[in-house]
Design a protein around this ligand. Structure first.
Ligand SMILES: *[C@@H]1O[C@H](CO)[C@@H](O)[C@H](O)[C@H]1NC(C)=O
Ligand SMILES: *[C@@H]1O[C@H](CO)[C@@H](O)[C@H](O)[C@H]1NC(C)=O
Ligand SMILES: *[C@@H]1O[C@H](CO)[C@@H](O)[C@H](O)[C@H]1NC(C)=O
Ligand SMILES: *[C@@H]1O[C@H](CO)[C@@H](O)[C@H](O)[C@H]1NC(C)=O
Ligand SMILES: [Ca+2]
Length: 634
């Protein structure tokens, strides 16, 4: 035991004798060994101890006692000695202050200071104590009390610890070397100011050659460029931290950093097949799914999104393609009706392009691919087809039975061209006015038509295949019945003209209109005239106004009721048909006093009827003759 006792003198203070033991230092390091991965004997041989000796010799440090933490107890760490102590035990030493009696005790006779418990710097780094020297008999201080500090000397007894575990990080794939991935941080509870006990160094245990760690900062970076997620998408990097600047004998700890590579669009689409063949029935409705094509893409999510399109416009116009948002397949749909008889095969190419392209990778990837689509149309037995979507015919009224109105024509479009039979849908020709030839579709009049009764006959004509599935279809035929002049014109209503007493020659008595049931193409033209007579009527005249109306004018003045109560005026109205038809009507013109208001009272006509003793009907009724020009009777 290399024990040294150093006595020092100070004019007013108690001497302090420091006893240090190299052995205790060695024991300390041995005691620590089981906790350490690599015991450090260099440390055990104790440079702190040497330093302490030097300090003591410098003569001022005596007020501090350095005690290595975790030293075994009890062990003597120093000795108080008064200059007045002659070794006769007349002086009694007492210790007070922090940890006195608890952590430290003093031998009251010898002044030896001993530890009672192991010290832990991380718990308490120093203790402030007072030393007293008393005369044993009188209990009077023989010296003034003296203060001193016991400093707990750090030993490497703490393992570095990683903070904020677990570490998870992600970086985009294909990133350059040196990209920062994450930072790991460890702490060490040992004294950061003393020695290297808390000086930490990071190193990588697992994860090379992809990643590296900066020894001092714990920053993890990529040490390889262009790591490909499609090849490997996760790395477990194990980082070790060592105290003692990583020298052997220190503590170490490790942590795992989980690093994921996130996807970037570095892969383009590739069709699964060079050729896709689909079959579709010619009867398929527009919008029917013809088939699905699929281009694979190594990427995921948005980077694998496809936009499909069809090329060869002439062939592909019949189809369209859409992307299934879930599967990213291309769904080929029918865009136009098919016809097996006119086109049985479509060949076109389809293209897949990534929706979102990363321009960084354009130099070595096109991000598109092409494939060939072959679409075969399959035959379906189809109903006959009429040559026209509808027919519109005209026929004159009053034509004899058997007159041809028109011909419909339908044919079976299928390869086997089945014969067709025609018929008129009975519900569209209730009056059975028409007949159809079942073999050639010629429609004839079955009985004379009357335009005034029905101006249109809209027939539904069926065409039916005579063989196979007896498929049928129908067409509408609009038959317009054309007018012939078979109706004579008539006065528009029953006129009741009257002439006031005192009417002057030339005055208008009544305006006359006419009607005709016929419907001439160029419109009505009516001609009004007096019935031809060898004598000119001296009383009234008819003026044709050239606008399908006529005016009845007085030809003289001084009509009086007394003279005559009514006059009969036959008039002829003719139409412009070919041949023209006419009718003669006789107007009864009453003479009215028109007093006082200038109007003939409505009762006047009835009164007149009574006065002349004939029925009102007879009086007011028109005498109407229907006649042709050549053969008229009145
Ligand atoms: C697909 O590509 C076409 C042009 O090729 C473009 O007009 C269209 O917007 C694209 N669709 C999507 C969803 O990006
Ligand atoms: C249709 O057939 C009938 C005989 O059934 C014939 O009189 C007529 O001329 C034919 N019409 C046409 C357009 O062939
Ligand atoms: C027949 O068709 C014509 C033209 O579309 C129409 O004006 C007429 O009202 C129709 N007649 C009947 C009876 O449906
Ligand atoms: C014209 O009036 C006179 C006098 O009222 C009458 O006698 C004569 O019959 C009338 N003539 C005709 C054609 O009505
Ligand atoms: Ca440590």
């Amino acid at each position: 035991m290399d024990q040294r006792t150093i006595t020092m003198r100070c004019p007013c203070l108690l001497d302090l004798v420091i006893i240090l033991s190299l052995t205790s230092c060695c024991m300390l390091s041995e005691a620590r060994a089981p906790h350490s991965l690599e015991p450090d004997h260099q440390l055990g041989q104790g440079s702190p101890t040497t330093a302490l000796h030097q300090r003591l010799r410098r003569g001022w440090i005596w007020k501090q006692i350095f005690v290595p933490e975790e030293d075994p107890t009890p062990s003597v760490i120093g000795q108080l000695k008064s200059d007045y102590d002659r070794g006769d035990f007349s002086i009694k030493y007492i210790l007070s202050g922090e940890g006195a009696g608890e952590m430290f005790e003093i031998n009251e006779y010898s002044g030896e200071i001993r530890t009672l418990q192991k010290l832990d710097r991380e718990e308490k780094a120093f203790y402030l104590l007072q030393a007293h020297a008393l005369a044993r008999k009188s209990n009077e201080p023989v010296e003034p009390q003296s203060e001193f500090i016991i400093k707990v000397q750090d030993i490497n007894d703490n393992i570095p610890q990683f903070q904020n575990e677990p570490y998870v990080s992600s970086i985009p794939e294909m990133c350059p070397m040196g990209t920062i991935v994450a930072q790991v941080t460890a702490t060490d509870a040992d004294d950061p100011l003393f020695g290297n006990n808390a000086k930490l160094i990071y190193s990588i245990l697992q994860g090379e050659p992809y990643f590296s760690v900066e020894p001092k900062t714990g920053i993890i970076m990529t040490s390889m460029a262009n790591m490909d997620r499609e090849a490997r998408d996760q790395y477990l990097v194990v980082v070790q931290v060592k105290d003692m600047l990583g020298l052997s004998g220190g503590y170490s700890a490790s942590t795992t950093v989980t690093i994921s590579l996130t996807d970037v669009n570095d892969n383009g689409p590739t069709f699964q097949h060079n050729l896709y063949t689909f079959a579709v029935l010619e009867s398929a409705a527009v919008g029917t799914t013809v088939g699905r094509i699929m281009a694979d893409d190594g990427d995921v999510g948005i980077n694998a999104r496809m936009n499909y399109s069809l090329e060869d416009l002439e062939e592909s116009a019949t189809f369209k393609i859409q992307t299934d948002p879930v599967t990213q397949e291309g769904v080929v749909l029918l865009a136009k009706p098919l016809d097996y008889e006119s086109k049985r095969r479509f060949v076109m190419s389809a293209k897949a392009v990534n929706d979102h392209i990363d321009t960084r990778f354009l130099s070595y990837n096109e991000f598109q691919d092409r494939t060939t689509l072959k679409i075969v149309v399959e035959d379906v037995d189809e109903p006959p087809i009429f040559m026209a979507p509808d027919y519109e015919w005209k026929v004159l009224e009053n034509m004899v039975a058997g007159t041809v109105v028109g011909t419909v024509s339908a044919r079976d479009t299928d390869a086997i061209n089945n014969p067709i039979r025609y018929s008129i849908d009975k519900s569209s020709d209730i009056t059975k006015a028409f007949k159809i030839d079942p073999n050639n579709g010629t429609v004839t009049v079955a009985k004379p038509l009357d335009r005034e009764e029905a101006a249109w006959h809209n027939l539904t004509i069926n065409a039916k295949e005579t063989k196979q599935n007896h498929l049928s279809s129908s067409v509408v035929v609009f038959i317009k019945v054309l007018d012939i002049n078979d109706n004579a014109p008539m006065l528009a209503r029953e006129y009741q003209p009257y002439i006031c007493e005192g009417t002057q020659s030339g005055e208008l008595i009544q305006l006359i209109n006419a009607v005709d049931l016929d419907d001439p193409v160029e419109g009505h033209h009516f001609y009004f005239s007096m019935v031809p007579d060898k004598n000119i009527n001296p009383n009234f005249t008819i003026r044709d106004n050239q606008d399908n109306s006529a005016s009845i004018l007085a030809r003289r003045s001084s009509f009086t009721r007394r003279d005559r109560a009514h006059y009969l005026l036959p008039m002829v109205v003719a139409d412009s048909g070919s041949p023209a038809l006419s009718s003669t009507s006789t107007l009864t013109i009453s003479v009215c006093s028109c007093q006082p208001a200038g109007h003939c009272p409505t009762g006047g006509v009835e009164a007149l009827a009574i006065s002349i003793g004939v029925s009102l009907q007879t009086l007011l009724g028109f005498l109407v003759c229907l006649a042709t020009l050549t053969d008229w009777l009145c």
